[in-house]
Unconditional design. Structure first.
Length: 371
């Protein structure tokens, strides 16, 4: 059944804006979007290393018709100098993890990695710099003792003992926030956790196994109910939500589809199905959207053909619809560029005046939210 949530016709901004630090978020600990942990057999499989994980975004953003980039620049908070832009995963008002871009103090790479995790700490050093409606998922009092990256692209993170002082219901969301924040950085494919000088083989409270490196194959924002992993394949898609300030932002959600389905088609069909009822996410497609084809060209550009009579002329198409397609394709490929065909037309103009009929890539920094 498709969600009956209406699609928003007008969008506020291309992505969203926030400098300085932000934090990770929860799947299980949310009051508004409580998600049961997967069965132990599924959990073990999801935490296995499954090869190189897909990393965030390409290097090019959508371009407006006048040739300028559509992502706005936002100044950092008063008294804070602009630094290194990065993306961290924070808990939004619906209890879901969302990527948020921020500007961290400049420094060598390991220092920036430490800061990105520090931004995930509830009531931590960056808590006052978070955008409204977003919070950190790591327990208050947590300290990031060190982050090192070895030759195998494994990030080894050591926390102090307060890391274990969390709500048991938030255990999986903590792992997701850490893993997706670090693996979004160039040169990191997996994560290993240490606490107080000891390597963790399982999480302290719920016992989620940590005997293998954490990668994005673990998924994010899991469905409340889903098929067993042994008979299905995981895909991650992007829906939209609205911040307390009325700005749209994008949220990744892992869905399970029947094993053997073509991955990109399956992912885009999940966009058409829409978000789960009550999770606070919004439809990005209309209930009449149809996926006609998905083709990868020799030049690496993926062409997505859609049909939707609501946008017969392929003009003033909601940005959220088109951007969610681009983000979803990028997440399920090696950051492929995307061009969209709508109702057979090769020029597809979004509500923010971007031509998605031409090849575009996902933005390097998703969800730049203002404070």
């Amino acid at each position: 059944m498709k969600s009956s949530k209406p699609i928003r016709r007008v969008s506020a901004a291309c992505l969203l804006a926030v400098p300085l630090a932000l934090s990770g978020c929860g799947l299980f600990g949310s009051e508004s979007a409580s998600i049961d942990p997967p069965p132990s057999a599924m959990e073990a499989q999801m935490l296995e290393v499954s090869g190189t994980p897909v990393e965030d975004a390409g290097v090019l953003g959508p371009v407006t018709l006048d040739g300028t980039e559509s992502v706005a620049t936002v100044l950092p908070p008063s008294g804070l100098a602009a630094g290194v832009q990065t993306t961290v995963f924070l808990k939004d008002g619906n209890g879901l993890l969302a990527p948020v871009s921020l500007s961290l103090p400049k420094g060598e790479k390991n220092a920036v990695l430490k800061d990105s995790l520090t931004a995930l700490i509830s009531k931590g050093a960056y808590a006052k710099s978070l955008p409204e409606g977003f919070t950190g998922v790591l327990p208050a009092g947590t300290e990031v003792e060190s982050v090192t990256v070895d030759a195998s692209k494994l990030a080894v993170v050591e926390f102090n003992a307060e890391f274990a002082d969390y709500d048991p219901a938030s255990e999986r969301s903590i792992l997701e926030a850490i893993t997706w924040t670090l693996t979004g950085q160039e040169g990191i494919q997996g994560v290993q956790l240490w606490v107080d000088g000891k390597k963790l083989t399982e999480m302290p409270l719920q016992g989620i196994p940590l005997d293998r490196a954490l990668t994005r194959s673990m998924g994010i924002n899991l469905p409340k109910q889903g098929p067993l992993l042994s008979s299905s394949t995981a895909v991650t898609v992007f829906f939209s939500a609205t911040s307390p300030q009325g700005l749209p932002y994008y949220v990744p959600v892992t869905r399970y589809v029947p094993a053997g389905e073509e991955q990109l088609k399956a992912a885009l069909n999940e966009l058409i199905v829409g978000p789960e009822e009550g999770d606070g996410l919004e439809m990005v497609m209309t209930q009449d959207t149809q996926l006609e084809s998905v083709e990868a060209g020799q030049n690496g550009v993926v062409t997505v053909a859609l049909k939707d009579d609501m946008f017969a002329d392929a003009k003033d198409v909601p940005e959220e619809l088109l951007e969610s397609v681009v983000l979803t394709i990028a997440q399920n490929t090696d950051d492929s560029m995307v061009q969209i065909r709508l109702n057979g037309k090769e020029t597809v103009i979004s509500s923010n005046n971007v031509d998605y009929g031409k090849p575009v890539s996902a933005p390097e920094f998703v969800n730049e939210l203002s404070l």
